[in-house]
Unconditional design. Structure first.
Length: 298
């Protein structure tokens, strides 16, 4: 292992320690592994994505391959079967690895493929079921909408007396928001607005806010088998946007949203009620969009 900061042997800085035993892993382990993998994969002409360091791309003529890395799990996708086979064969010479065949499930996401119809579908039904069980929402009635029409949430609804504060401290509000957020980011843009509203009150949630979160979970229960579909048909660019003016009762901020069919792209954010700087659409892509300051959205 590398010499820890503050314990470097003077005059022997280039040396490393021999590790006798470790119990729970080392702080350097994951960074060292990622650095090593990055060096190796770049040597095979893969290019790291500037906006997501876990994605690599390799182009050879008309053949394209993308490699997705999550800790030590790898997902490969491309338009040339031979190229993918060569990449897997090369990876097996560099690392001790297992080829688990065609991907069907990763990180709580089920992958469905129909080559005859050129369809790729993603669903998180199993993940949603586990979340419902975790938050004891298996039995309630299924919700028709992720958020009720006309609902108004504000910090004025936060707990005021000790009994209310104590009760809300035992409710896993932030954990529920985190579980819903993962679903939104991966496959379910239809609940992005409901999440945007309820996530503002993680530090001061009351019964009204918790009721709104349960409405989202009820809706997910009814729609847990929905798929996000990527088709192989002609690419038709469609974009939708919406905004509300000073809809936040707490700070008079406005709400804006954007959806595009180019791959799949969605965004929701709040901004002060003024005309923001506008950015030409051609300067945006799915990965850049997540990193733009909210104030720059129009």
């Amino acid at each position: 292992m590398d010499q820890p900061e503050g314990f470097t042997a003077i005059g022997e800085e280039q040396k490393v320690f021999r590790l006798q035993r470790f119990i729970y892993g080392l702080k350097q382990t994951f960074q060292s592994w990622n650095t090593h993998f990055d060096e190796v994969i770049r040597g095979y002409d893969f290019i790291k994505n500037d906006y997501d360091p876990c994605i690599y791309k390799k182009i050879s003529g008309s053949s394209v391959a993308c490699l997705l890395l999550y800790v030590d799990d790898i997902l490969l996708i491309g338009n040339d079967v031979k190229m993918l086979g060569d990449i897997k064969a090369w990876l097996s010479t560099q690392f001790s690895m297992k080829d688990r065949g065609e991907a069907s499930y990763i990180l709580g996401i089920k992958i469905y493929m129909d080559r005859s119809r050129r369809i790729l579908g993603l669903t998180q039904s199993s993940y949603i079921e586990k979340a419902l069980k975790r938050f004891k929402m298996e039995q309630p009635k299924r919700g028709l909408l992720p958020i009720r029409h006309g609902i108004k949430l504000s910090k004025k609804q936060s707990p005021k007396i000790n009994e209310e504060v104590k009760r809300m401290s035992n409710i896993p509000y932030a954990s529920a928001i985190g579980s819903i957020q993962y679903v939104v980011q991966c496959t379910r843009p239809d609940i992005a607005y409901a999440l945007s509203v309820t996530s503002r009150y993680q530090a001061c949630a009351g019964e009204a806010q918790w009721g709104a979160v349960k409405s989202i979970l009820k809706y997910l229960k009814r729609t847990k088998d929905m798929f996000l579909i990527y088709s192989g048909g002609e690419l038709i660019l469609e974009g939708y946007s919406d905004a509300s003016f000073q809809s936040d009762d707490d700070d008079a901020k406005s709400q804006s949203g954007l959806y595009s069919s180019l791959v799949v792209l969605w965004y929701l954010g709040r901004a002060p009620s003024r005309i923001p700087q506008r950015i030409p659409l051609w300067k945006l892509n799915t990965l850049q969009l997540r990193k733009l300051p909210r104030r720059r959205f129009g």
